[in-house]
Design a protein around this ligand. Structure first.
Ligand SMILES: OC[C@@H]1[C@@H](O)[C@H](O)[C@@H](O)c2nc(CNc3ccccc3)cn21
Length: 448
């Protein structure tokens, strides 16, 4: 007898995007530049010299995109707010036209019975704040608290679920340690400072919300479960370091008020000691966590790897995506049960899950066949259901992404959308995976 995959009553089905990846018009209506607008216009930083000047033109086409969400039966939509649209200098003067855009977006979602879920920071720090040190300046926590307060006062109530940060690990590892992402630094001493200030900023935002907000606030983290490549002590230790570095570096401070003990092994003299008051600010209670899951990592000790001394081992028996990520749905179940066991079964939303497989630049007779993505979604949604059967407190699922969009420094070369975007004409075409996902939503999982 095969199992039923009907999801619990109230489980929310959605899709996710991020401002710089879809909106375009980054400087319209008084908006200030972000570090991603600046990074994307820095020669050599972006594949094919792509940038977010147009992207999916969502800034102008959001009503059409909401109509597509409605046609798919989505109940919720996770998007991010461009900080520098609202505060062009990152602090101080509010740009009402920037706020007005997000108010129009939210009100149109609500008119279509789609619940908005807003991420306050999805990597696009105002350039004016980066000029003042950005995530390296301890004042950034107060700047983020000020921005958060502006948004809460204007939209809380219509937005009932807020996420402070999207993936602080990627911001730090990509933007300050390895330099592949904005602001493109490569500095072992900066990375832990940026991480800590990101978490303090999260804390200031939660503090502001508790004073004026009436609903839920949380944080979104990327989790990639780590599996030792062998039973050797050095591979096990490498796995432990990798898990501490990516998966615990942010959740342990938020839930326990302390960093993993491996952090000093990893960063050595570059790992500072922080005051308890900071850890108290970081670890105030939140209402949910967002987990972004894409793949797992089979980890071996690698003396040459910096600074982790750990490297992935490829798994040729499994499919890999266009971004080089192993398709491993069991890793999502393992991730969700790990969060349950380690952090006391908090409410979790899968705030991103999806894959880039090759899709053509143009639809063929109004159709885009993406069987690998259909299979990916089926396998991972079943994995979510298995975690719910194991007692995990999962509130909903947001597929990444609603639309093909700007994949950061990889430009438009990678397509994650369940809806195809023809970047020459801005024509949207729901892929086969969108129709599949719509059927899952309509049947609440029964058709899985
Ligand atoms: O790469 C796909 C998406 C990206 O478009 C989203 O903006 C971002 O939130 C996102 N996070 C991950 C997973 N984390 C990650 C791990 C290593 C490198 C880059 C991202 C994937 N994605």
């Amino acid at each position: 007898m095969s199992k039923s995959y009907v999801f619990p009553e109230g489980f929310v089905w959605g899709a996710a995007t991020a401002a710089y990846q879809i909106e375009g018009s980054p400087l319209a209506d008084g908006a200030g530049p972000s570090i991603w607008q600046r990074f994307a216009h820095t020669p050599g930083r972006m594949l094919n010299d792509d940038n977010g000047d147009i992207a999916c033109d969502h800034y102008n086409r959001f009503r059409d995109d909401i109509a597509i969400m409605k046609s798919l039966g989505l109940q919720s939509y996770r998007f991010s707010i461009s900080w520098s649209r609202v505060l062009p200098e990152g602090k101080g003067r509010v740009n009402q036209k920037g706020l007005d855009f997000y108010e129009r977006l939210v009100d149109t979602l609500l008119e279509n019975d789609i619940a908005p879920v807003a991420t306050l920071f999805h990597w696009d720090l105002p350039a004016a704040l980066d000029d003042r040190g950005g995530w390296l300046n301890p004042d950034v926590a107060d700047w983020f608290g000020e921005y958060s307060e502006v948004m809460f006062k204007r939209l809380d109530g219509r937005i009932k679920r807020w996420a402070t940060l999207n993936e602080p690990w990627v911001v730090t590892d990509g933007g300050y340690l390895h330099g592949a992402l904005a602001p493109g630094h490569r500095n072992r001493f900066e990375a832990p400072i940026a991480s800590h200030h990101l978490l303090r900023a999260h804390g200031k935002s939660v503090q502001a919300y508790r004073a004026i907000g009436q609903h839920d606030i949380g944080i979104v983290v990327n989790i990639e479960p780590k599996y030792a490549a062998s039973d050797s002590a050095e591979d096990q230790a490498a796995r432990d370091r990798a898990e501490a570095y990516m998966n615990r570096q942010y959740l342990d401070p938020v839930f326990f008020g302390k960093y993993p003990e491996q952090m000093r092994d990893i960063f050595g003299e570059a790992w500072p000691e922080w005051p308890q008051a900071d850890m108290d600010l970081i670890s105030q209670p939140i209402d949910f966590i967002g987990v972004n899951y894409y793949t797992r990592n089979v980890t071996r000790h690698d003396e040459s790897s910096w600074p982790l001394k750990a490297s992935p081992v490829r798994q040729p028996q499994h499919t890999y995506t266009e971004t080089g990520w192993e398709v491993y749905p069991q890793g999502l179940t393992d991730t969700l049960t790990w969060v349950k066991q380690r952090y006391g079964n908090p409410q979790v939303f899968i705030t991103e899950n999806g894959a880039a497989f090759f899709d053509p630049p143009k639809a063929e007779r109004g159709r885009v066949r993406d069987p690998l993505r259909v299979s990916y979604l089926r396998q991972h949604l079943r994995a979510v259901h298995d975690a719910i059967d194991a007692g995990c407190n999962i509130g909903g699922y947001f597929v990444w992404s609603l639309l093909d969009n700007l994949e950061w420094s990889l430009g438009y070369s990678k397509r994650f959308g369940i809806v195809h975007v023809d970047y020459q004409t801005q024509t949207r075409t729901p892929k086969d995976s969108a129709r599949y996902y719509a059927g899952i939503v309509a049947s609440h999982g029964a058709r899985l």
